[in-house]
Each structure stands twice: as structure tokens, then as C-alpha cells.
Design a protein around this ligand. Structure first.
Ligand SMILES: Nc1ncnc2c1ncn2[C@@H]1O[C@H](COP(=O)(O)OP(=O)(O)OP(=O)(O)O)[C@@H](O)[C@H]1O
Length: 260
């Protein structure tokens, strides 16, 4: 469980996150929605150690993880993906996956000189794991392809795949569906649901596509102006007056919120 208590992140005098408190229940796929500029990505960045908070606390299973750097959170099983995929474009898709696991024995000089067999064994295991991940994500056919040549949606799947190479507990997905075609979006949604149900991953998902959120997420948390405005099931949220006002009141276009 992730608990966020009265979190603030200011940029100069601007309060991007302005006293947000929320919980992400273990085992859930929690949606995080809100109009542009509501503070969603900033909140993710603070939870995932990319930005320090101005004030407030973040707990993971009761442990204070406020301000821990991303690599420490990574070792605790907390991962964050970005709106823009971060692949190594000149490496193959499989190699991108094989890069991920931390603490590879190939890293130390001792192992380089004396542990050749161990390294070879480890590489074989990594390769097998990468192939399993590619199979799970239904992108085995692009294993040898340079990651830079993948479509936007395939890159998003690769990001999910990187999360699967480690024993992630909780994954923060930032606009995993942005710019992705419907078919791949369905594949991404299925992968998230299967990872959640079959492997026990908890997810927190920022997404503007309400069909995607409605299919995947319970509960849905709505942010506006740096604060939590509402939370509940997707159906409940879409009927909430304050939420409709936050999206439409200031003329912000968001057809998805009104089901168009
Ligand atoms: N590094 C920064 N310096 C100054 N202002 C920032 C910085 N990062 C974000 N902001 C501002 O904080 C506000 C919240 O931004 P944030 O990206 O968290 O919103 P968001 O809800 O994720 O929006 P979107 O849905 O458009 O991605 C915005 O007004 C943004 O311009």
C-alpha cells in the first residue's frame, strides 16, 4: 500500500501539488485522472523519487519512503514509466529487456575474471526471461528489432516489459495509452490486467482515455489544481458534479469525460 499524506510540490510560488492525500491499495489498479496541469505527473515524480517534495510524506507498506532516490525505490519494487518511452533505440528489443535486472554478477571485476561460467549462465537465464516477457506481451516477433524502430504502442509495451524483468510490486504508468492505436491499447490493457491478476502487480495509472480507465481501474482518483478532488469507481466519478466542473467548467476540452 502506498499512502500519500498532505503532499506539496511547489515550483517557485506555483503549487503544482497542493496538499494531496491519497492511498493506492495493494492489488489494485488505481486510476489517476484530472485536467491538464492538475499535478498528476508531478505527484508521480515525487512518489517515485524523481522530484523531492516541498513537504508531506509518502509511505510504502508503512515505511517512510519520502524523497528516496529512484534506484532505491526500484530495489523496493516501486517503478515509474514516463509519458515518453525511454528505450535504448539502437539496441534490440530483447537486449533492452536484458539490460534491466539490477545486481548482475557481470558487474564486478572479480566476476569478469573468474566467473565466466556464472555470467554465461546468468545471460542465458536473462535471455529466457526476456523471451518469456516478450511472449507474455505478444511482441515476440520484434525481439531482434532495434527498439528505436518500434511503433509508439510497441514502445509502451516494451516499457511494461522492462517492469516485468524485475519483481515489481507497484508500477506507476504515466499515459501509457497516449498516441497508441486501439488494437495495441487493448493489448496494453490486457497485459496490465494479467500482470495484476496473475502476478500480483499493483498499478497506478495516469490516463486521459476514459474508456481505458473505465475498463481497467478501480478506484479512480481525480486531481484538480494539485489536490484530490474525488475518488471512487469510474462510474461514480463520471457522475460527480465537481469532477464534471473541473473538466468542463473552465472550457477545457475533454470529450472523453462526457462519453463522446
Ligand atoms: N519543473 C517544473 N517547473 C515549473 N512548473 C512545472 C514543472 N513541472 C510541472 N510544472 C507545472 O505544474 C503544473 C502541473 O503539471 P503536471 O505535469 O504535474 O500536470 P499533469 O496533471 O500531469 O498534466 P498533463 O495531464 O497535461 O500531463 C503545470 O502547470 C506545470 O506547468
Amino acid at each position: 500500500m502506498i499512502e500519500v499524506h498532505d503532499l506539496h510540490r511547489h515550483f517557485g510560488g506555483f503549487r503544482a501539488v497542493d496538499g494531496a492525500s491519497l492511498q493506492i491499495r495493494t492489488g489494485s489498479i488505481t486510476g489517476l485522472i484530472g485536467p491538464n496541469g492538475a499535478g498528476k505527473s508531478t505527484l508521480f515524480n515525487v512518489i517515485a523519487g524523481v522530484l523531492p517534495p516541498t513537504s508531506g510524506r509518502v509511505l510504502m507498506d508503512g515505511e517512510d519512503i519520502t524523497g528516496l532516490p529512484p534506484h532505491e525505490l526500484f530495489h523496493k519494487g516501486l517503478l515509474r514509466t514516463f509519458q515518453m518511452a525511454h528505450e535504448f533505440s539502437s539496441m534490440s528489443v530483447r537486449e533492452n529487456l536484458m539490460m534491466v535486472p539490477p545486481g548482475q554478477s557481470g558487474e564486478s571485476l572479480w566476476n569478469t575474471w573468474f566467473g565466466r561460467k556464472r555470467i554465461a549462465d546468468q545471460e542465458r537465464a536473462l535471455r529466457a526471461r526476456a523471451d518469456e516477457v516478450l511472449d507474455f506481451l505478444t511482441i515476440s516477433h520484434v525481439a531482434e528489432e532495434k527498439a528505436g524502430n518500434l511503433s509508439g504502442g510497441q514502445k509502451k509495451l516494451l516499457e511494461l516489459g522492462r517492469c516485468m524483468m524485475v519483481e515489481a510490486k507497484i508500477v506507476f504508468l504515466d499515459e501509457v495509452g497516449a498516441g497508441v492505436n486501439r488494437t495495441l491499447l487493448g493489448t496494453i490493457a490486457d497485459a496490465i490486467i494479467r500482470l495484476n491478476k496473475e502476478r500480483g502487480y499493483t498499478f497506478c495509472v495516469i490516463e486521459h482515455d476514459m474508456d481505458f480507465i473505465g475498463k481497467l481501474c478501480d478506484p479512480v482518483i481525480v486531481m484538480a489544481e494539485g489536490k484530490v478532488l474525488a475518488q471512487g469507481s469510474a462510474a461514480h466519478i463520471m457522475e460527480n458534479e465537481a469532477v464534471i466542473e473541473a473538466y468542463l467548467g473552465r472550457g477545457l476540452k475533454n470529450k472523453a469525460m462526457v462519453g463522446a
